[in-house]
Design a protein around this ligand. Structure first.
Ligand SMILES: [Zn+2]
Length: 239
């Protein structure tokens, strides 16, 4: 095999190792951020519930005050009734008292409804708060574990990167540039084998003459379909 192809093949192995480590860190971190997002949403819904309960409490106090006013008005009218002169006045006061009582009854019912709803909401909130506390503890632990693990992986990666750099130094700049460009465009794989005349990057057939040239392995050749750098990879039973 041509020395340049050999070097690029070795570099590809190292780069795939690095990519695997990066993917490992990324996967763990994205799982964690998904969990953190769910946590934040949960916290926001607890906040919303809290505001709802507070608003209901304000409304209840307002209704209580209105109710007290209404009671006062009824008492006023009841004492007025002692002094009425005409039947018309009497009937009018009587109607006002009845209306007042009706309004009080409605307000009392409304207050009961508000209190029942708030009670149910408070119960949900307490449950959610205890769950979210547990989740918070778990998340803190998970975060620390992932950081520790990521640190280990980064250490491993740093060593491999040193190896990569020293290898890359021996490769011709033009070949390296081509390799790096292909790696970016072809999902991390710039150098692939050809097995039974098929490119292992895009799985398209290589024309016979081109395949013969690749088998000779004396210069850098690309796949006509995906442009990856190719080397001849004998089948397992051929080896
Ligand atoms: Zn190809």
């Amino acid at each position: 095999m041509n020395e340049e192809i050999k070097q690029l093949t070795e570099l590809q192995v190292i780069d795939l190792e690095i990519a695997k480590l990066d993917a490992e860190i990324y996967l763990e971190q994205s799982a964690l951020s998904k969990r953190e997002k769910a946590f934040n949403e949960r916290q926001a819904s607890i906040e919303a519930l809290k505001e709802k309960i507070e608003a209901a409490e304000t409304q209840r106090r307002e209704l209580e005050a209105e109710l007290a006013d209404e009671l006062g008005r009824i008492k006023e009218r009841q004492s007025k009734m002692m002094q009425v002169q005409t039947n018309r006045e009497y009937q009018s006061l009587l109607k006002e008292i009845e209306d007042g009582k009706k309004s009080i009854k409605e307000k009392e019912e409304e207050i009961v409804r508000i209190m029942e709803t708030s009670e149910a909401n408070s119960k949900i909130m307490a449950e959610e708060e205890s769950l979210i506390k547990e989740e918070e503890t778990a998340l803190t632990k998970e975060n620390a574990a992932i950081k520790k693990h990521a640190g280990k992986i980064e250490g491993k990666k740093a060593k491999i990167v040193v190896k990569r750099d020293s290898k890359a130094k021996n490769i011709k700049v033009s070949a390296l540039r081509k390799y790096d460009m292909l790696r970016t465009r072809r999902n991390g794989k710039a150098v692939v084998g050809v097995v039974k005349g098929v490119c292992q990057g895009c799985f398209m057939s290589i024309p016979p003459q081109h395949f013969n040239d690749i088998m000779k392995g004396d210069r850098l050749l690309n796949c006509p379909t995906c442009q990856r750098i190719l080397f001849h990879e004998p089948e397992k039973d051929e080896e």
